[in-house]
Design a protein around this ligand. Structure first.
Ligand SMILES: NC(=O)NCCC(=O)O
Length: 580
């Protein structure tokens, strides 16, 4: 599918089929459960392989080629902010607002809001006719025909623009899930951020948020103005969509360097006993849909979660899951990422289980960086492999051999610190020393183990190293066919625990966005001016005062076999010990 056609897609009556496709995946997943005894049955019919509108969509937005040309000229113009403009940003005030042509198509489509959602939606939409003066629409491109009657999608188009707010979350929650649907919720809330917003009195909230979430240029991180119809569509497709904006001070000698990143968190789609090909295909389809929204919103760099195209089966220690491993240059997940990159002109970070066919079929946990032309820029292999809880990853792959590469892309210098590497300050530091401006942290981690650490580590790394950190975690509870244990005294079990999502972005000035949902798939967009990195370094001087030489000498001593810790014992204590 041409990636720039999301709005066209929602506007097309085929959206109804898309919903049905989602349902068919759910139904299929039930079917797989029933068929679970015959795993490798029917390899030939992968489920959910094509969303009906994915194929040959007529597109109202510029073609990928045009967009590449537009983008190339943007990026050559040093005076212009780098990568700041998606196709909608250029003329519309609202990110993701539909063009007139899309609106015409919108007016021909019905039924997007169905069933229980319809009731709730009508509570928040305006009932008036199209407001031609709305900043959503460009009057100079007035459509020739207007549908005589309001349709449901027209209602969507009239949803209020989500105003930027320095308050967390800020706006109306369109579809609060029912209690029973909140599996994976935190005390009944989507996230800790939402819980805080609910309970802390309004008068105190700003202060609480200032301390807990930090300030960027004088206020908590602002929300991006996202077209409300897109939020609603995300709800329809059951994923969380949030957008935020970090700014930096204007400089005399450098133009702003604005870039927009997107993080996708998601659950697996089919049960783990479905045929592997079907499992992967279903995830690809799901991610494609969310990634297309990212493309529509003008995202420049998109990062997926750790081992995104497979279940996180490393808890089991069973070797059959190695079948999901694929080439970093020619695997299905990489081809998918290349197609995404080309169709949306964005850099894609695709973390996979890598099989190095050239070197004895060795497996690695690898993030492949695909350039915005679909070219492969390079890869990084996970440096630190966990040996904790059910994270039995060391059964599958060894510590990475790629050092701490920073990839210079057209949108900025980026690096990838894969999951467990976030517990290692030196790992972060090396990416920083190699010049990273944004470090992505694609992860897979569960609530019981690491949730209290989650909000601290990526943020601390951003502060200490003067770069942005984008932390992504998968979502859901993955249940495996057979029981396993991890030698920690726990009873044999089949699931990994709950992957708690909660993806967020932290800035070098210590500010951070709220989290995505703890239980839903999600797309988090963050726009940032990369000039902030150097501004914070100049202000705090952490790098200047770092005394790397001192630590380098101490570390060299520590590595020697005759190392003695630099320990000064209280003489009185030594005296007492002498008497004993
Ligand atoms: N995927 C992974 O490295 N998980 C380890 C657990 C954690 O770091 O929280």
């Amino acid at each position: 599918m041409d990636g720039s056609s999301l709005i066209t897609n929602i506007a097309s009556s085929e959206l109804i089929d898309v919903e049905n496709t989602d349902k068919s995946l759910v139904q299929s997943s039930k079917l797989w459960r029933q068929m679970s005894s015959s795993r490798h049955h029917d390899q030939g019919s992968p489920i959910g392989s094509k969303a009906p509108f994915d194929e040959e969509e007529k597109v109202a937005t510029p073609s990928p080629k045009m967009r590449r040309q537009m983008s190339a000229s943007r990026h050559h113009d040093q005076a212009a902010p780098v990568g700041s403009k998606g196709p909608f940003d250029e003329e519309d005030k609202v990110v993701g607002a539909p063009s007139p042509k899309m609106r015409r198509q919108v007016s021909g489509a019905r039924h997007i809001v169905q069933g229980k959602d319809n009731e709730q939606a009508s509570a928040v939409v305006s009932n008036g006719p199209f407001d031609e003066s709305s900043p959503l629409f460009d009057l100079s491109r007035k459509p020739e025909t207007m549908a005589p009657a309001m349709t449901d999608l027209e209602h969507l188009a009239q949803l209020p623009v989500y105003e930027g707010s320095s308050q967390l979350g800020g706006g109306v929650e369109l579809y609060p899930p029912k209690k029973e649907e909140r599996c994976g919720a935190l005390a009944g809330f989507e996230s800790l951020d939402e819980l805080l917003r609910h309970y802390v009195p309004k008068e105190e909230l700003a202060e609480v948020l200032r301390v807990l979430f930090g300030h960027n240029m004088g206020s908590t991180v602002k929300e991006l103005h996202l077209y409300e119809g897109l939020r609603l569509m995300a709800r329809q497709q059951e994923y969380d969509l949030k957008g935020y904006q970090f700014t930096a001070a204007e400089e005399e000698l450098r133009p702003p360097r604005v870039v927009k990143i997107g993080l996708i968190q998601h659950a697996i789609v089919l049960p783990t006993d479905a045929p592997f090909a079907a499992q992967r295909q279903a995830i690809l389809e799901r991610v494609r849909r969310i990634a297309d929204t990212a493309g529509q919103l003008g995202v420049n760099i998109l990062c997926l979660q750790e081992a995104w195209s497979m279940p996180f089966a490393f808890c089991t220690r069973e070797k059959e899951w190695a079948a999901f491993a694929e080439g970093a240059e020619d695997g299905e997940s990489i081809k998918f990422a290349q197609e995404l990159a080309r169709s949306h002109n964005l850099v894609v970070i695709s973390p996979i289980l890598e099989r190095d066919k050239v070197h004895g079929d060795v497996l690695w946990n690898t993030a492949v960086v695909v350039g915005n032309r679909g070219n492969i820029i390079g890869k990084h292999r996970k440096n630190h492999i966990p040996r904790v809880g059910d994270f039995n990853e060391s059964t599958y792959y060894m510590e990475g051999d790629t050092g701490h590469p920073v990839f210079e892309t057209v949108f900025g210098k980026i690096a990838v610190n894969i999951c467990y590497g976030r517990h290692h300050p030196l790992n972060w530091m090396m990416f920083g020393l190699n010049g990273a401006e944004i470090v992505f942290n694609p992860s897979a981690t569960v609530g019981e183990l690491s949730e209290p650490l989650w909000g601290i580590e990526a943020r601390n790394a951003a502060i200490a190293n003067g770069f942005f950190v984008a932390a992504i975690n998968r979502v859901g509870t993955e249940v495996f066919p057979r029981e396993f244990t991890s030698g920690d005294g726990k009873k044999a079990h089949k699931d990994f625990g709950h992957f708690y999502g909660s993806s967020y972005v932290a800035a070098p000035d210590g500010s951070r966005t709220p989290c995505l949902s703890r239980r839903l798939d999600g797309l988090l967009i963050a726009e940032m001016d990369l000039n902030l990195c150097r501004q914070v370094k100049d202000k705090w001087g952490f790098q200047m005062t770092a005394r790397y030489g001192l630590y380098s000498k101490s570390l060299s001593r520590y590595l020697k076999s005759d190392f003695k810790p630099q320990l000064i014992v209280d003489p009185l204590l030594a005296c007492e010990r002498g008497k004993a």
